[in-house]
Ligand binder design. Structure first.
Ligand SMILES: [Zn+2]
Length: 276
């Protein structure tokens, strides 16, 4: 009985709480984390993708309740030489730490870390942010830290290994990061088991969805049968995630920023400039 009364009071209190406004100060910074050559350009060229190189980006979202770093680059900062560093298909000229410092942030200032997914070209500097609260889908964390660890972890796994002991919020789907609808993690499994995309509802710019690797090139959206990366993960799941995000884009009248789209990338403002 007492519980019922309490629940009723609580429900009434919630009903009377004012509508939370998106904070006016929400900012989105884009960091240049280099470029990546395509591993298999022929299938892309065959379908009319003439620019097969990809951009590599990381993003910082600054909210009154904290900061969120989205993705951490393709080559660790400590390997970046002043003239730039090439590792396999990647070329990187700027460190993530240096770009954060330029706008007044240290890794220890970052409240939340979220990776679109664990692949090497999104997670290289993750160990530097092990002090942040890690927002990760349950299935992604399982894939990154399996119960039976591989005898010899690959380079990517070494570069995110410290997250295992991070303060972690395990997610089972979409997640409103700051509790006011302005920054929402969208569960988009398929490319990896716990792949995620990110809605950032900016006041002046309007709503943006950061794709992660749901798409790599705009042609994957226009040519519905063109899924050159589906075989890396679960193609059926990826298809459902694409339908989900396309619906979000329509409903929220949002723009999709394909993180690896180097042509769109060239038109975007980079940090220290920002979107608001
Ligand atoms: Zn990628």
């Amino acid at each position: 009985m007492l519980t019922k009364v309490f629940t009723t009071i609580l429900a009434a209190a919630l009903a009377w709480s004012p509508i939370v406004q998106a904070p006016t100060s929400l900012k989105l910074y884009i960091f240049d984390c280099g470029q990546l050559k395509s591993g298999n350009p022929d299938v892309l060229l065959a379908r009319g993708v003439t620019t097969t190189d990809m951009s590599v980006a990381a993003y910082l979202i600054v909210h009154t309740r904290g900061t969120l770093l989205w993705d951490t680059g393709v080559i660790p900062d400590e390997l970046i030489k002043p003239e730039g560093t090439i590792e396999a298909r990647a070329t990187v000229k700027k460190t993530l730490k240096g770009q954060l410092a330029e706008i007044g942030y240290k890794p220890s200032d970052i409240t939340y870390l979220a990776l679109s997914h664990n692949h090497y070209d999104h997670s290289a500097n993750s160990n530097n942010f092990a002090g942040s609260t890690w927002l990760v889908q349950r299935e992604e964390r399982k894939a990154m830290f399996p119960d039976t660890p591989p005898a010899a972890p690959n380079t990517a796994a070494e570069r995110f290994s410290a997250l295992k002991n991070s303060k972690t919020t395990v997610l089972d789907g979409d997640y409103d990061v700051f509790g006011d609808g302005s920054v929402v993690i969208i569960a988009t499994p398929g490319h990896t088991p716990g792949h995620q995309s990110l809605l950032v509802n900016l006041k002046k710019t309007g709503p943006i969805i950061l794709s992660g690797d749901l798409y790599h090139y705009p042609a994957e959206r226009t040519l519905k049968d063109f899924t050159p990366f589906a075989a890396l993960g679960n193609p059926e799941q990826e298809k459902r995630s694409k339908i989900k995000v396309e619906a979000w884009l329509r409903e929220k009248n949002a723009k999709l920023w394909i993180q690896h789209d180097i042509i769109a990338w060239q038109t975007l403002k980079k940090s220290p400039a920002y979107y608001e």
